[in-house]
Design a protein around this ligand. Structure first.
Ligand code: HEM
Length: 124
């Protein structure tokens, strides 16, 4: 499960790049199309799945003990925030067909994710 959580981060990152391309492209002549929506949704789903895997890892490892404060509380809290920003942003961008909103929320979410990755787990 930890390995899955560890590897899935690459999928989240890939999906984030896809969403950035999708929203970036939507600012051009093609506009906000099915590709934009698909890329945005893919990112929201990927980060949501990673969140669920993270919660399972947290429970399996009994992280509520808090001996590693960063992994026990700071990492989960920031990732929950990042996932909330991503999901709400993708949904609102889709509803309003707003590429800039999508682009902004994906960037904010990515900054939170990168900041919340344990320093000894780098690169990424
Ligand atoms: C949603 C975005 C998330 C991302 C991108 C993410 C990413 C990561 C990464 C990169 C690591 C380091 C893995 C390694 O050392 O190889 C990690 C570890 C960990 N994550 Fe997450 N995580 C996310 C959400 C969560 C959530 C919501 C929780 C708990 C509620 C969680 C719990 C943990 C725990 C307990 C570890 C430590 C595992 C260990 O060192 O054995 N993660 N996470």
């Amino acid at each position: 499960m930890v390995l899955l959580h560890s590897l899935f981060r690459w999928l989240v990152l890939l999906a984030a790049v896809g969403a950035l391309v999708g929203y970036g492209r939507a600012r051009g002549p093609s506009g906000f199309d099915a590709f934009t929506e698909r890329m945005g949704s893919l990112f929201a789903v990927a980060i949501g799945v990673q969140l669920l895997i993270g919660i399972v890892v947290w429970l399996i490892q009994g992280r509520w003990g808090g001996d590693d404060v960063f992994r026990s509380f700071i990492h989960p809290a920031m990732m929950i925030l990042a996932t909330g920003v991503a999901s709400a942003g993708v949904a609102r961008a889709r509803r309003g067909q707003q590429a800039m909103l999508g682009l902004g929320t994906v960037i904010v979410s990515l900054v939170l994710v990168v900041a919340a990755i344990p320093s000894d787990a780098w690169p990424l």
